[in-house]
Write a protein that binds this ligand. Sequence first.
Ligand code: ADP
Ligand code: MG
Length: 675
Amino acid sequence: MPVTSLGGVGPKRAEQFQKLGINSVGDLISFYPRAYEDWSNVVKIENITESGIYCVKAILAAPISDARIGGGKILSKGSVYDDTGSLQLVFFNNKYISSMLTYGIEYFFYGKINIDKYGAQMVSPTFSPVSEGERIHPIYRSTAGLNGKTISNAVKQSLKLLPPVVNDPLPEQVRRTFGLCGLKEALYGIHFPKNTAELEASRERLVTEELVVLNLGMKNLRSHSRGVSPVKITQDYSAEFSEYLPFELTNAQKRAVADCVNDIMTKSSPMNRLIQGDVGSGKTAVAASVCYTVIKNGYQAAFMAPTEILARQHCDTFKKLFENTDIRVELLTGALKESEKKRVRAGLESGEIELVIGTHALITDKTDFYNLGIAVTDEQHRFGVAQRAKLLSKGKNPHLLVMSATPIPRTLGLIIFGDLDISIIDELPPSRKPVKTVLFNSAQRGRIFGFIKEEVAAGRQAYIVCPLVEEGELDDVASAEEYAAELMLKQFSDIPVGVVHGKMKSEEKEAVMKKFADNELKILVATTVIEVGVDVPNATVMVIENAERFGLSQLHQLRGRVGRGDFQSYCVLISDYGNELTRQRLEVLCSTNDGFKIADEDLKMRGPGDFFGQRQHGLPQLSIADFADTKSLEKSQKIVDYILFTYHDIRCDELKLLNAETERLFERGGQNTLN
Ligand code: ADP
Ligand code: MG
């Protein structure tokens, strides 16, 4: 039904509605209010002694009078009274007002009251006859020419068009079990609640339904995903591999390895697993162990990292780990010489190279494998799902291992990675000392530099992350270099300082990084290119300028560059934050080293959009639920489990409507990119 089928909605109105994305009566019904005005606290006129927002219950004393003022505008005035006093009403430029208010009738008026020497005046209040009894009033997102009152009237009419019994996507049994109200009730209650309790019940019902639909959708993606894997792993070599490790795996690492081994040995479909572990939790060793088992069973392994530096560092690590084995490890990145790339590609095609570490060069058309058995991606948030898929397409349904240090709040992770099984490494290697984090302002820089000098004198190294402009901007380079030059000349004239920034060629970056890793450079000034992965255990100080410009999770990642060895490490946040909220945000970092806690806070403060970067999470857009609403997320998961348990077949009749909703949600989001 088009909106024009409603009374008072002609083609012009319809056009205005369209601007809000509303075409049909159905769209109107699901055009939920963005906020509510609570009129339940009615104030007597005599008690209003200060300007402010009030709700009064009063009778219009005489018809509203219109007067023309300058520029053809209209000023409408009226007077209202209750049993304690009277009040002036004024409306600007609304020629309909006089016909909308009837004298002698009692209304609720809600709005701003100004008090001056001439008395009290209420300016353009919203109103509703007391006889209609509504106390909580919906506020809608509006657009030019279309005000809240018009929208709410149209919604009211639309709701009246609902059939006596509305088909409910949530089966009655589910609603009963989880204490959720019916759909029709919820739709009335979300637009025109009689009281706060009704509003809350309606909201809960609609939010829960949307998250259930989302959850089911993600589960569907996962179950359709990947067929049978021809990669046959018959023997577990992880115990043998532990002989090559210079340390004993933590229990959490062992569990993660066991999860993977179980996936690849006992399941017919390929492994689809995410290893989530805080920075420094030792994900690389887990991946190495699993790769070792796959390779020993006669297959190749590919390990993809997001940056050149990281790929090289991983390659060095793997080469060392596999030194005493017969496994051949090679690097494949864009920066290699053409002849070198050719050589590595030939080795991959023939199968001579069993383990390759690389960047995006791994997924170009030129790279082919002999028999790829497992694909690993590190720092998964840096890769699109398409790139993950591309890497997988290099083999015949190979196993997939995805690693992420971005601690995504657990409940959200379950949805976002709905297509992946998750192992969490929630334990750091022993002997790690937690990094001490402090917050300073820029006036205290001198003290911080003094501290760096002391640490360097004691043999340690330091990172300084300088203020970054926009990523990729020229200013970025200029600022990093200028800042470093200043430091070298003035502060650290007798200490070797290096600079890395985003615009350097990868060989240049590599050279500087290597010098820092080899302890030739004592201080590394950098933009966030050091964000991921680099491992220099001797570095004990991380100074971050303009800390307020970074997200908490990003700061946590940066902090993870230190505290990787046996020395006590420090993270110094420098910020002239100026406002209390920023200070509180940064204090979170000072108070905990728990990446999950930080991620939760980050999510609460910034919302998932910022948290993951623009659209990076690839989730559909929600109309009423909120990704940061952990409680509802958890509830929806319970409901989905209940549904799957109760109805066995997801395609059954009782779930038809719910399935249709699932399809709709994912169409609306325009992407089911997680597959
Ligand atoms: P991340 O999870 O951030 O990728 P890495 O795999 O880079 O962490 O490991 C961080 C550091 O911890 C490395 O230097 C690695 O050698 C070391 N490490 C990993 N596991 C252990 C362990 N079980 N015991 C001691 N050190 C470990
Ligand atoms: Mg890592």
